[in-house]
Design a protein around this ligand. Sequence first.
Ligand code: URA
Length: 213
Amino acid sequence: MATSYAPSMQFTVVEHPLARHYLSILRDERTEPEAFRAAARRLTYHLVETATEDAKLAEYPLRTPLEATSGYRFPQMVAVAVLRAGLGMLDAVVDLLPGVKVGYAGVQRNEETAQPEEYYVKFPVIGDARVLILEPMLATGGSLSWAIDRVKEAGGTDITALCCVVAPEGVKRLEADHPDVRLVAASLDDGLTDTYYIRPGLGDMGDRLFDTP
Ligand code: URA
């Protein structure tokens, strides 16, 4: 994208050619919901791999059919899907992360105050697990900042947000509200429209995932 904004927080754009391929399928207005869901799932695998590449493995002894060697166990993590579009990333997370615990955070915009308004929150016990927050479209950052507040209230300290597309406005909001949180995305886009859609973006993620008008 053409943006010249350079975030100061821990921010990684996943540049793997497959990630760029699947993001292009998401962006394309011709992509039908079924292909859109598959591309969201496949893109999320790359985001998860990047968000967990520093995970601390526990070594344990095992035997192959030939001899003794070491195995390595991946730590348990927690995923929190921000409703409803975050559900489009959940299948990949559950598929890839062993024993992942899953929480849900439901927030909607109050049309009068324009503030995020909670309608559903259900988290597992977080303990010292890494928390991956699934929020595919980081536009103004209001919903994600709210979800991070809830995760921190529930005890989360090691938090990474996974996004398909982010706008500079949303990243700046996170830098101000939660500079300790890491952000992994497939693209830093150009900005927002007057109605807070990301440009060039991919349209309304929830509507495109779930085929709603
Ligand atoms: N949410 C979406 O689904 N799309 C955007 O562009 C911004 C927020």
